[in-house]
Design a protein around this ligand. Structure first.
Ligand code: ATP
Ligand code: MG
Length: 243
């Protein structure tokens, strides 16, 4: 059931976000007053041409990149908090507890096996013991069809396998917010579909808010909300005209 049928208060709000890179002659505004609301239980797709600011917006919303102005309000223990007013330590704690991020370039640790990439996330901050962390890591790797790759390090994995490990790592904590930057770019359609279905389940069944950046129009039937970003301007598009 699309989450929009049971509209609730937003769990994450980006309000009038502005982000500029460079200075002097190279100064360029990448986000022009972008506002976006994410709701619990919604899978949101963000599309737009290369260089339009998609990764920048994900980084700002997830607490990785500070905007020049504007606010990011995220639900934490039942109230909305301004992510960029937290201390760096509080922001780190918020990100650890509540957010999962799939980076465009995967960002896996070269020295760790697939299983260890997930275990480290679960054990970080002392939240889970070793046995439970291993069990949860294996369960998530299985869901992504990686059961044969558990003991491999990134250099021994294909591009698509690395991408699936990165997705497993972002989802294994059951975070409230998931930011996925082109999570299916290296996958064939069978695996791409598996991934978007997993993301949809995380949204619909666990009430997570999930923001996915993609260039793949085949994802449109799976999502609840669709935004287009162009030259730093964000526009919500109807899912009726899917292109
Ligand atoms: N650290 C940086 N310093 C300077 N300019 C940057 C930096 N990061 C991004 N940019 C510029 O900001 C613009 C938006 O970049 P961004 O990575 O957000 O685009 P994108 O929509 O994710 O593109 P793609 O689809 O190619 O991943 C681009 O013109 C890029 O060159
Ligand atoms: Mg990008």
């Amino acid at each position: 059931m699309p989450a929009t049928a049971t509209k609730t208060a937003p769990s994450l709000r980006g309000v009038n976000l502005v982000k500029t890179y460079g200075d002097g002659a190279t100064r360029r505004t990448t986000l022009h007053n972008v506002s976006i609301d994410l709701h619990p239980g919604e899978l949101v797709l963000l599309m737009g041409p290369s260089g339009s600011g998609k990764s920048t917006l994900l980084a700002v919303l997830s607490g990785l990149l500070e905007p020049d102005s504007g606010q990011v309000l995220a639900e934490d223990d039942g109230r909305l908090r301004e992510v960029w007013h937290l201390t760096p330590k509080e922001r780190e704690e918020y990100r650890r507890r509540h957010t999962g991020f799939v980076f465009q370039g995967y960002n896996l640790f070269p020295a760790l096996t697939a299983r260890q990439q997930l275990e480290i996330v679960l054990k970080w901050g002392g939240s889970l013991g070793s046995g439970e962390a291993r069990h949860r890591a294996d369960e998530m790797l299985d869901k992504l069809g990686l059961e044969k790759n558990k003991h491999k390090k990134p250099a021994q994995l294909s591009g698509g396998e690395k991408q699936r490990v990165a997705i497993a790592r972002a989802l294994v904590k059951n975070p409230n917010f998931v930011f996925a930057d082109e999570p299916t770019s290296a996958l064939d359609w069978e695996n791409g579909q598996k991934v978007i279905e997993l993301l949809r389940d995380a949204a619909h069944e666990r009430r997570a808010s999930i923001l996915v950046v993609s260039h793949d129009h085949r994802l449109l039937p799976f999502v609840d909300v669709y935004y287009h970003l162009e030259d730093g301007h964000l526009e919500r598009r109807s899912l009726d005209h899917k292109h």
